[in-house]
Design a protein around this ligand. Structure first.
Ligand code: SF4
Length: 432
């Protein structure tokens, strides 16, 4: 029995899981339970907040569980608990197949796991959390679940139907974050643009943004996971009218071929995609657009892929992520034959990312000589590393700044771009 009283929370997966871990840590800390995050130190208990979205993520989650069972067998931790999406989706299988786990919890069982860890769930603490990101930025989840039926996606099976958080709770949480020193808030959800449909009988993201933008001390508000179909175009004016809302639109498109988009049940087609992208660029001059694509979807022909390549070439997105199709049981696409061989999927992903690399270099080179505002995230070897308003943490580009007197982490600075790489920029502090 290890004497430590500490609880170690390990977070896997996406930013929504990060928020769930932070809420759990907030409850434990309020109960005076010592809690650490992603630590290798011995502990009384480890809680693994898993991801169960696609194969690679599932494998990583299972590996992490098995590793921690070995740590337990070595006597460096007394209890191993598993929570989150993998546990929500496969609890029965996991309970049957993996021994030495002291409890499996779903994505909506915070009260239960807090109790199991010897603490009392405190409802008055709703929204209070221990921030695990650098202190100057934080994710803010404005809703849970999703009402969409994208054929390839298991998230609605895991996270359930769309539930918006009341505006008052979101504003209170945002104010608490800013009081705590947060300067950048990244709004997240499964489908950000659907906010309010369940609670206020209409799309209320624009109204919410107006209120958030008026919070003193909140320098950057960033939107992630906007859905293209039924996109509330009025939102673009709100983004354009507020200097503290990043001119950055993250909008996963997944593909451009009409037959594939139909099969994916995206309720969107090529013609409307082009119209929406034009509207975004027209309404928000200089906007950065980030999107993600899936390659190797069942039935994707080489022609379909060529169409996707030329679309990405024409649009020259600022930021692009590419995934290979993952054949997920219980999703609608699971009824289709997963007929694109893995090597072909990987080759298509590589070809698309190589194209994006060239696009990104051209875009980055066009920034050389310009002065840009950056937020410093960390210091690494010979550089301070920061981001512009066009870069979300962990997924987008970075700016590497030569050390200069007075630069501090968590602060904004104007820097002059001196050179460019495929994905990163190099800069020096700028004093006009
Ligand atoms: S919008 Fe589609 S892809 Fe995104 S979480 Fe919902 S079902 Fe999944």
């Amino acid at each position: 029995m290890h004497k430590s009283k500490k609880i170690n929370i390990i977070t896997l997966g996406c930013s929504k899981n990060v928020v769930d871990s932070e809420l759990l840590m907030g409850q434990l800390r309020a109960n005076h339970v010592e809690v650490v995050h992603n630590s290798n130190e011995p502990a009384h208990a480890v809680v693994i907040n898993t991801c169960g979205f696609i194969n690679d993520a599932k494998e990583e989650s299972i590996d992490t569980i098995l590793q921690n069972i070995e740590v337990k067998k070595a006597g460096l931790v007394n209890k191993v608990y598993v929570m989150g999406c993998l546990s929500q989706r496969y609890r029965k299988d996991l309970e049957r197949e993996i021994d030495h786990v002291d409890g499996f919890y779903g994505t909506n069982e915070l009260t239960r796991i807090v109790g199991e860890l010897g603490a009392t769930f405190r409802t008055e603490l709703i929204g209070e959390r221990v921030i695990t990101t650098p202190a100057h930025y934080a994710y803010l989840k404005i809703s849970e679940g999703c009402d969409r039926t994208c054929s390839f996606c298991a998230i609605p099976l895991i996270r359930g139907k769309h539930r918006s958080k009341p505006v008052e709770d979101i504003l209170k949480e945002a104010e608490q974050l800013v009081e705590g020193g947060v300067k950048e808030i990244i709004l997240i959800a499964q489908d950000l643009t659907y906010y309010g449909v369940d609670l206020y009988a209409g799309r209320e993201l624009s109204g919410l943004l107006e209120k958030l933008a008026s919070i003193p001390g909140l320098d950057w508000i960033r939107l992630q996971y906007n859905y293209p179909a039924d996109f509330p175009v009025g939102l673009l004016n709100v983004i354009n009218n507020h200097p503290n809302i990043c001119k950055y639109i993250d909008i996963p498109l997944q593909h451009i071929n009409d037959r594939i988009l139909m099969s994916m049940r995206r309720n969107f087609n090529k013609k409307r995609t082009l119209q929406l992208l034009d509207a975004i660029r027209e309404k928000i001059p200089g906007v950065a657009i980030r999107t993600t694509m899936i390659v190797g979807y069942p039935g994707e022909t080489d022609e379909d892929f060529r169409e996707l390549m030329s679309f990405v070439k024409d649009q020259a997105f600022d930021r692009l992520g590419v995934f290979t199709y993952s054949h997920e049981e219980d999703t609608r696409a699971y009824r289709l034959q997963d007929n694109i061989p893995e090597p072909v999927k990987l080759a298509r992903m590589e070809e698309l990312m190589n194209l994006q690399q060239d696009i990104s270099l051209i875009r980055n080179n066009s920034r050389v000589g310009s002065v840009m505002k950056v937020l410093i995230d960390r210091q690494e070897e010979d550089y301070f590393v920061g981001r512009t308003e066009f870069d979300s943490p962990e997924v987008d580009n970075e700016v590497l700044i030569k050390p200069s007197k007075g630069i501090r982490i968590g602060q904004f600075y104007d820097v002059r771009i001196t050179s460019a790489d495929f994905f990163d920029l190099y800069a020096e502090a700028w004093k006009d």
